[in-house]
Design a protein around this ligand. Structure first.
Ligand SMILES: [Zn+2]
Ligand SMILES: [Zn+2]
Length: 334
C-alpha cells in the first residue's frame, strides 16, 4: 500500500514526509482494518513532521482523523461488520488499570497509545485499530466533513468543557482553525457569545459567518470581558493576553499538545481574582461519543479544504503557513 511516513523531522520546506510503499497492515485479535477514504490533517501531524513533538517510532505514518470502511476483521472482532463506515481517532489504547483509567479519566492514562504517533495512522491506504476505540459516525456528515470531527472536533469539545463557559457566557477563542471553528459553533449552539481572535482575515470572515459576535486580530482586546477563553493557537505569548482578557473568576483552557514558551505571568494581573489557567490533554472515548452526538444534533458546519493523497505534504505546508481555512483533509480513496 501507499503510505506517507515521517522520514526526517524538520521544517516543512525540507520535506520531512516521504511517500513509500509498504505491506498493508493485518488486524490483530480484536482489531479491525479500515480502508481509508479520508484522513484529516491536524496540527499535531505538523508538530510531528517538524520535530516539535518528538517521534515515538521511526518512520511512523501520521494521521489520526481517519474515516473509512472496515475491510477486514481480526480474530474475535464483532463490533463492526465488513463495509461499516467507522472513524479512527487520536486515542487508540489505554491501559484500563492505572488510577486515571480506573476513575474514568482515561485521557490521563499512564500508558496510552496514540494513532499516528505510537502506531501508524491514516496517511495511507489502510489502517488498523482496536475495535473498542473506533467510532461509528453520524450519517449527516460525508467522509470529508466527518474526518475533522475525530480530533479537531473532539479536542475542541473537551477544551470547551474545560473552559467551563456557561450558556449565555462570553467565550474568547484564540486561533480559528479546524478545532476552533467546531468548538465555537458548539458554544454558540449552547447559547454562548463568542469573540474570535486570529491574524488571518479569511478566518475572521469565517468566524463572523458562523455567528461569532466579533472577530479581531490575534492579540486584540475583546469588546467585553470574557467569562472563559480557549487558546487554540500554539503560541505561548497569547497566554497572558488571554488571561488579561478574562473577567473575575474566568478560565483559560489551552487546547494544544504543544505550545511555545509562556512568558512570565503577573499574579496580580493574570491570576488573582480567581482566574484559572488549565490545559487539555487528549480525550476520553466518552468525549468522542458526546462530540459526535452533538455534531449531529447541532448541525455543525465543518469547513474543509481537500487535498489529493499525493499532496499530503502540501496540506501540511499550507497548515504551517496558515493558508488553510477551516480543516484540511486528505482524500485517499473515493
Ligand atoms: Zn491507564
Ligand atoms: Zn489531532
Amino acid at each position: 500500500m501507499r503510505a506517507w511516513v515521517v522520514d526526517a523531522p524538520g521544517p516543512m520546506k525540507g520535506k520531512p514526509l516521504k511517500l513509500v510503499e509498504r505491506d498493508p497492515p493485518l488486524p490483530a485479535a480484536g482489531e479491525v482494518r479500515v480502508r481509508v477514504n479520508v484522513c484529516g490533517v491536524c496540527r499535531t501531524d505538523l508538530h510531528l513532521a517538524e520535530g516539535d513533538l518528538a517521534a515515538r517510532r521511526p518512520r511512523v505514518v501520521p494521521g489520526h482523523e481517519i474515516v473509512g470502511r472496515v475491510d477486514m476483521l481480526g480474530g474475535g472482532a464483532s463490533r463492526f461488520q465488513v463495509g461499516d463506515r467507522v472513524g479512527i481517532a487520536w486515542l487508540r489504547r489505554t491501559c484500563g488499570v492505572c488510577r486515571f483509567c480506573q476513575r474514568g479519566d482515561e485521557n490521563l492514562c499512564l500508558q496510552p497509545r496514540f494513532t499516528g504517533w505510537d502506531d501508524d495512522g491514516g496517511y495511507a491506504d489502510s489502517a488498523v485499530v482496536d475495535e473498542r476505540y473506533a467510532y461509528s459516525l453520524p450519517d449527516g456528515f460525508d467522509d470529508e466533513t466527518a474526518a475533522p470531527l475525530l480530533c479537531a472536533g473532539i479536542i475542541g469539545y473537551r477544551a470547551l468543557r474545560r473552559s467551563e463557559v456557561r450558556p449565555g457566557g462570553r467565550l474568547g477563542v484564540y486561533g480559528f482553525g479546524a478545532s476552533a471553528h467546531i468548538a465555537a459553533q458548539i458554544a454558540m449552539w449552547e447559547g454562548a457569545i463568542v469573540h474570535v481572535f486570529t491574524r488571518s482575515p479569511d478566518a475572521q470572515r469565517l468566524a463572523l459567518d458562523l455567528g461569532a459576535a466579533s472577530a479581531g486580530g490575534a492579540s486584540d482586546l475583546p469588546p467585553e470581558p470574557l467569562d472563559a477563553a480557549i487558546l487554540f493557537a500554539p503560541v505561548g505569548d497569547l497566554v497572558p493576553i488571554a488571561l488579561g482578557a478574562l473577567d473575575r473568576g474566568g478560565t483559560l483552557a489551552v487546547a494544544g499538545i504543544h505550545l511555545t514558551d509562556v512568558p512570565p505571568l503577573s499574579y496580580e494581573r493574570h491570576l488573582f481574582e480567581e482566574r484559572t489557567l488549565t490545559s487539555v490533554t487528549a480525550n476520553t472515548r466518552r468525549d468522542g461519543v458526546a462530540l459526535l452526538d452533538i455534531a449531529a444534533r447541532a448541525g455543525l458546519r465543518v469547513v474543509t479544504t481537500t487535498y489529493p493523497f499525493e499532496e499530503a505534504d502540501r496540506a501540511l505546508g499550507d497548515l504551517a503557513a496558515d493558508h488553510v481555512n477551516g480543516a484540511a483533509v486528505i482524500r485517499v480513496h473515493f
